[in-house]
Design a protein around this ligand. Sequence first.
Ligand code: NAD
Ligand code: ZN
Length: 359
Amino acid sequence: VTVSLGERSYVIDIGEGKLASVGETLRSLRAGGRVAVVTDTHVGPLYAAKVTDSLGRAGFTHRTFTIPAGEESKSVRRLVELWNGFIESGMDRNSTVVAVGGGVVGDLAGFAAATFMRGIRLVQVPTTVVACVDSAVGGKTAVDLESGKNLVGAFHQPAAVLVDPAALRTLPPRELRAGLAEVIKYGVIMDERLFGDLEAGIERLLRSEPDFTGEVIRRCCELKAEVTAQDERDAGRRAILNYGHTVGHALEKVAGFGTLLHGEAVAAGMVAASRIAGKLRLVAGDVTSRQKVLLERTGLPVTLGQANSAAVIEAMRRDKKTTEGRLNLVLPTRIGQVLVVKDVAPETVAEVLEEMHGG
Ligand SMILES: NC(=O)c1ccc[n+]([C@@H]2O[C@H](COP(=O)([O-])OP(=O)(O)OC[C@H]3O[C@@H](n4cnc5c(N)ncnc54)[C@H](O)[C@@H]3O)[C@@H](O)[C@H]2O)c1
Ligand SMILES: [Zn+2]
């Protein structure tokens, strides 16, 4: 897949064994001699050696930085550690950062690369579904502050993205399922055929069959690349990627961060958005039920569970993306198409959320 952004264009290379081709890729990019590999305590022991062996074979001097696994590592403290570590290892403007891991590693290492010496080369090697189809593609990097997630960051496109679908086999099953919520999302917002393929073969993704998984990742990357190319800086069209996320984020907050995985909250959020679209007569009922069935087969929640619907609405209103308390929502018109609906009546949202409470 090629992401077309003029001078900042890059290739997403998907296939078994790609972890072992990082060295070659860096050579073809004419990267300088020094490379920082950033990974975490779960991914490092499984995959870092494949990457560093390949860098060694290609003649690069490399050092591996391993951060503790988990969102807490997307912090200013870890960022400063990376910057200092880069200096200690003699890295310069022509050095490269290779991020091997999920979205946490990708966002942190990406921001370190975006800022070190005003920006150095970044190669993403995503190892979670979320990272493969979302965070590694599109150029957003960030760290969290005490007061909220992703509050400090930069746009910094990678020079290449290398995906080995076989690496997803070691993912904890719950992480795998949660990541698939974002995959299903792409089907709903942009690609009816992808949605149909998922209906036909979601079990093959749950088993991480490499061919089918690679094919689905490729399609999702193409879709994200298309949206990103049209709207690199997140001013308009990119908003459709937020399908399911307004209710989802609110639900995540109300349930308490860490209780629900992001993808799980997004799954329930997509059902909510689709039901709201139903109430507004934008879609036929089967558009919601097809999503619900597919999400349930994936093992994802399709109700609010224990969360209080009034609290969810309140959290939606406080969301930084809501302008002056108005609810702008991405709503489906059919499978494969969504639109942004401005100023949805809070009563309509409340009605749907009450219906979704625990059942
Ligand atoms: N930049 C963007 O556009 C963007 C988009 C979506 C999400 N994000 C960010 O991504 C982060 C979430 O990413 P995530 O869901 O990948 O979480 P993550 O990076 O925390 O990974 C989830 C867990 O799986 C482990 N893991 C990763 N790959 C593994 C593998 N192959 N085998 C075994 N274990 C593995 C990790 O160590 C971690 O414990 C959030 O911080 C979010 O803000 C960014
Ligand atoms: Zn998401």
